[in-house]
Ligand binder design. Structure first.
Ligand SMILES: Cc1cc2nc3c(=O)[nH]c(=O)nc-3n(C[C@H](O)[C@H](O)[C@H](O)COP(=O)(O)OP(=O)(O)OC[C@H]3O[C@@H](n4cnc5c(N)ncnc54)[C@H](O)[C@@H]3O)c2cc1C
Length: 321
């Protein structure tokens, strides 16, 4: 039996795809492929077994990753994650400035100058929360040390497409549940993400190359391709959502994709959790730096708390002054 968390480092050259190709039985192979793809959004021929095993450990084990009740999918923010950040920003007021893309960070003995495409800011310390492959577009002066530069070079973001179909009511609950792993192409996961007493929400996730293939379809063709196979299970009503919201996260230049940073096979810099030793006045946060629950909001929050403490301690110690 394969012990995932004890996978030796020499498996860093073996891809998940190569491993799955040895699984006997087409359906079992495809099932594992879809589960792996949806869980980590990697291109499976570009994701090593060692990296996957380390990610499983960081995310609390396979049972936690795949479970709803008591697991990673246990809770839902009823009004959506955006409302959480919007309300936090409202409390902080004018101190939060959005729409300033950071292009360059210049470190000196007194702090850091943050150049954006619409102005310059001066700070004693700064926290970069952008995942390394996306942060690679930020220039540094003096240049980054070799290990951080390699981290930005040898990692990539997964590809993921998410759609939510909204219905007046979750009509499928009259007969049962609406949770599917669809093995036909595109492989996908479908979840009932409606809140108690609210309208019906059916969420679809497609990941990896199959998510990118959806980019070539027109909006209507894509919606049909994703909803039509559900008709035998949920009835024809599933083809008539009152609204349809979709996003290809890999096409968002600021997110770069999702859910998390992935290392190129054979490289080690991007193996979870990512290093975060401050570089002078520059600190690093982001879900991928969390010791636990990397790739989730929980990891992002934990990393933010850790980085904020680092900054507070440095300022209290008068470093740098
Ligand atoms: C489709 C999808 C579904 C997900 N589902 C779940 C889920 O069910 N549960 C869960 O816990 N997690 C989920 N996640 C993961 C979750 O969204 C991430 O773990 C979390 O957002 C990571 O937060 P972060 O602060 O580390 O990074 P990010 O959220 O990526 O924040 C980085 C920020 O930096 C900004 N930025 C980028 N470049 C620059 C620049 N040059 N200058 C200034 N700003 C810049 C970006 O715009 C972004 O706002 C999902 C992710 C995706 C894509």
């Amino acid at each position: 039996m394969l012990s995932l968390t004890g996978t030796p480092e020499r498996w860093n050259d073996t891809t998940v795809d190569a491993c799955l190709r040895k699984v006997p039985g087409r359906v079992s192979r495809r099932l594992l492929e879809v589960i792996a793809s949806i869980s980590w959004t990697a291109d499976l021929d570009r994701y090593s077994v060692h990296a996957m095993a380390r990610m499983v450990r960081q995310q609390g084990g396979l049972r936690t990753i795949l479970s709803t009740r008591g697991g990673a999918q246990d809770s839902l923010l009823v009004e959506g994650v955006g409302t959480l950040t919007d309300r936090l920003a409202a409390e902080l007021g004018a101190r939060v400035r959005t729409g300033h893309r950071v292009t360059r960070l210049v470190r000196d003995e007194h702090g850091v100058t943050v150049h954006t495409d619409s102005g310059t800011f001066r700070a004693a310390r700064t926290i970069v929360t952008v995942p390394p492959p996306v942060a690679a577009r930020i220039e540094h002066h003096p240049p980054l040390p070799a290990d951080r530069a390699a981290l930005e070079r040898n990692t990539y973001m997964g590809s993921v497409y998410k759609a939510v179909a909204v219905f007046e009511r979750p009509f499928w609950r009259d007969r049962g549940r609406a949770e599917f792993l669809v093995l036909d192409s595109p492989g996908r996961a479908v979840f009932d993400t409606g809140s108690p007493g609210g309208p019906g929400h059916l969420c679809t996730l497609v990941a990896g190359p199959e998510a990118r293939a959806l980019d070539d379809l027109g909006a209507e063709e894509r919606r049909q391709a994703l909803l039509a196979p559900l008709v035998p299970h949920l009835g024809p009503g599933v083809l008539k959502p009152v609204s349809w919201h979709e996003k290809a996260w890999h096409l968002d230049e600021h997110a770069g994709g999702g859910y998390v940073v992935l290392p190129e096979p054979g490289t080690t810099e991007g193996i979870s959790p990512l290093p975060h030793t401050p570089l002078g006045p520059v600190h690093w946060a982001g879900t991928e730096t969390a010791d636990e629950h990397g790739g989730y909001l929980e990891g992002a929050i934990a990393s933010g708390v850790r980085a904020a403490r680092e900054v507070a301690d440095a300022l209290a110690a008068g470093v740098p002054r």
